[in-house]
Design a binder for this molecule. Structure first.
Ligand code: FAD
Length: 574
């Protein structure tokens, strides 16, 4: 029987490569974590025990993804979701998938064990999102929105944890993140939905939100304006809103892809809600923290879709005969497939070497907040937390941008390998192209991600990581690759210095995409070098990656130096 995890050695290998030791130790309080017979999942007794649990969970999820979710993908796409009398109905395949994931405890994979979750780190959760999204991208908004529960677990009260987490962890309740409004998409500062306290001190919401995935869900996390006189980000607070008659689904969007996931317009008619965390800190302390993980989740979703597209194209190219030859033997087709394969393995290395920094940041702050760090160790731990925050602040938008854009190209190339059949619905290739399209848009569009990365790239945020990589012994047979990665870093520095010398914020924004590509390719190359592990195929692929990266960086540097972006220099800049 096929299994999307064990049949994918590159994904399975991430478990051996990414060092989860410190993260798991922190989560499990050095394996002194409280256990209870009431827990659905027992606490691990050691790192090996934890790693075995992660591997077994991923294997089971690979089986469910392959044999329960994936077979319904096309029917879910055709059936879509229906809105009738304010009630949203999901496709049958979606309901079966949620049941299967709930029965095995996956709907609470990253929620605390004390509330019925499995308590896995974000790194493992991303692998899970990759698997589920490969089976059906539209399932990601159901399975991959566990951050609703995570927000309550981290920032809610004990009462809120008791009220909401068990239902979310069991899959009985569906969560939804409710930020966007018609006038507030990328710019959440413009949010207008009003939060007010009535005469009894009950918080209520009034106004319209749109583009809300599973807005028909049971537990809505809503960002709303609690301070009418403060029009900036400090006027926003976070609320948890249980499903009620005062939350109306007005419409479900008719959209290009992700048909299994209802995208809802909601009207809050003085709906009763509870404040989560501190008033006025909704965006700054909670939603921005949540967005860092959400961006990685969308990157994992895009990667899963791209993997499916590539595997389908590879199989087809090996079967299809034209001019008496398998099309895979035409260099033009082979080259396309090689490029797709490289995009996927490089994206995977980038994703899992990045998300680990978010895991470290979150787990250190949780350990300090819950008194699990000895007083003498707190200053050193805080320094490590700041370091991890510095890296994840850059890597979250950067990785989301790079992986989703590449995944989109992989899906188009895979469709191309199918020729005319790629355009025919029955093959399912056009669905993958439609489904992947949203990933460069939601949870922050690519342009916004690039812009958010710019200041961190200009200040060479990853310099210490690059220095550390350069100081490591080089794997056998990779000396030339290592030298090229170091040269590519010099090209980044030249590009950055040229941008700085132009002394124009406008020009820097226009050139930000080049900078994001060049910088991520240096980080991505080191991540892949760690994964070569004596494998000649990986070595050859990485050599191609760094050669291409060098050609790209050199070309863009020439263009910059020759004035490609100089039209951005306005009169006051010159
Ligand atoms: C299928 C789907 C599901 C969704 N699910 C959810 C959900 O569950 N919860 C939720 O809250 N929202 C959700 N959204 C909303 C989504 O997050 C927004 O659509 C997205 O953030 C972009 O906002 P916008 O559509 O208003 O576009 P705009 O903000 O109007 O952007 C339009 C264009 O301008 C560019 N742009 C905007 N600002 C800048 C800038 N500062 N610098 C450079 N370029 C910029 C963007 O990159 C984009 O290309 C969903 C949307 C869709 C389509």
């Amino acid at each position: 029987m096929s299994n999307l995890f064990s049949d994918n050695p590159d994904l399975a290998a991430q478990l051996d490569i990414v060092d989860l030791h410190d993260v798991v130790r922190l989560m499990e309080n050095d394996f002194q974590a409280n256990d209870s017979d009431d827990f659905v999942f027992p606490a691990p007794s050691s790192l090996d025990d934890a790693m075995e649990f992660f591997a077994a969970s991923l294997d089971l999820l690979g089986d469910i993804s392959s044999n329960v979710i994936a077979p319904h993908r096309q029917n879910v796409d055709r059936e879509g979701t229906q809105l009738e009398d304010g009630v949203v109905t999901y496709a049958e395949g979606t309901r079966l998938a949620v049941d299967a994931l709930s029965e095995s405890g996956f709907m609470g994979a990253m929620l605390p064990r004390a509330y019925g979750g499995a308590g896995v780190p974000a790194t493992i959760y991303m692998m899970m999102i990759e698997l589920v999204s490969r089976a059906d991208a539209s399932m990601m908004t159901l399975f991959g929105y566990q951050d609703v529960g995570e927000l309550i677990a981290r920032f809610g009260t004990d009462e809120q944890r008791q009220e909401f987490l068990p239902g979310l962890a069991s899959g009985e309740k569906i969560g939804s993140i409710v930020l966007s409004e018609p006038g507030a998409g990328s710019d959440l500062q413009a949010i207008k939905v009003k939060a007010f306290e009535d005469e009894n001190g009950q918080w209520r919401l009034n106004g319209t939100k749109h583009f809300i995935s599973n807005g028909c869900g049971d537990v809505l996390m809503v960002l709303a304006r609690s301070e009418p006189k403060i029009s900036n980000i400090f006027g926003l607070s976070l609320f948890v809103c249980p499903k009620s008659d005062a939350v109306k689904v007005i419409r479900v969007e008719d959209k290009m892809g992700l048909h299994g996931s209802p995208t809802c317009e909601l009207f809050f008619d003085d709906a009763p809600v509870q404040l989560v965390g501190k008033r006025k800190a909704g965006l700054t302390s909670y939603v921005l923290e949540n967005l860092a993980q959400a961006r990685f989740s969308v990157a994992a979703q895009a990667l899963g879709i791209a993997e499916e597209a590539y595997q389908r194209a590879l199989e087809y190219a090996g079967d299809r005969i034209q001019f008496g030859t398998k099309i895979i033997d035409f260099p033009a087709v082979r080259e396309l497939l090689d490029k797709m394969s490289l995009a996927i393995t490089s994206s995977r290395a980038l994703l899992y070497d990045s998300i680990i920094w978010l895991d470290r940041k979150v787990q250190i702050s949780e350990a300090i907040a819950h008194g699990r760090v000895a007083e003498d160790d707190v200053p050193a731990m805080k320094a490590r937390q700041r370091e991890a925050a510095k890296y994840s602040n850059l890597l979250s938008p950067l990785v989301k941008y790079v992986i989703t854009e590449q995944a989109q190209q992989v899906c188009i190339d895979a469709q191309q390998v199918f020729g005319g059949l790629g355009f025919i619905r029955d093959t399912g290739m056009e669905q993958l192209v439609r489904d992947v399209r949203i990933t460069t848009i939601y949870e922050g569009a690519s342009q916004v991600q690039v812009s958010a990365s710019l200041k961190y790239i200009m200040s060479d945020t990853l310099a210490d990581l690059f220095d550390a990589s350069e100081a490591l012994p080089c794997p056998d047979g990779c000396d030339d690759i290592r030298s090229m990665i170091i040269e590519n870093r010099r090209l980044y520095e030249q590009y950055r210095d040229t941008v700085s010398a132009k002394d124009s914020p406008q020009l820097a924004e226009a050139a930000a995409r080049d900078l994001a590509d060049i910088y991520s390719q240096v980080f991505g190359a080191w991540a892949q070098l760690r994964r070569v592990n004596g494998d000649a195929g990986r070595r050859a692929a990485l050599r191609r990656y760094v050669v291409e990266a060098q050609a790209f960086a050199t070309g863009r540097l020439n263009a910059l130096q020759n004035g490609s972006y100089d039209s951005w220099l306005n009169e006051s800049d010159t």
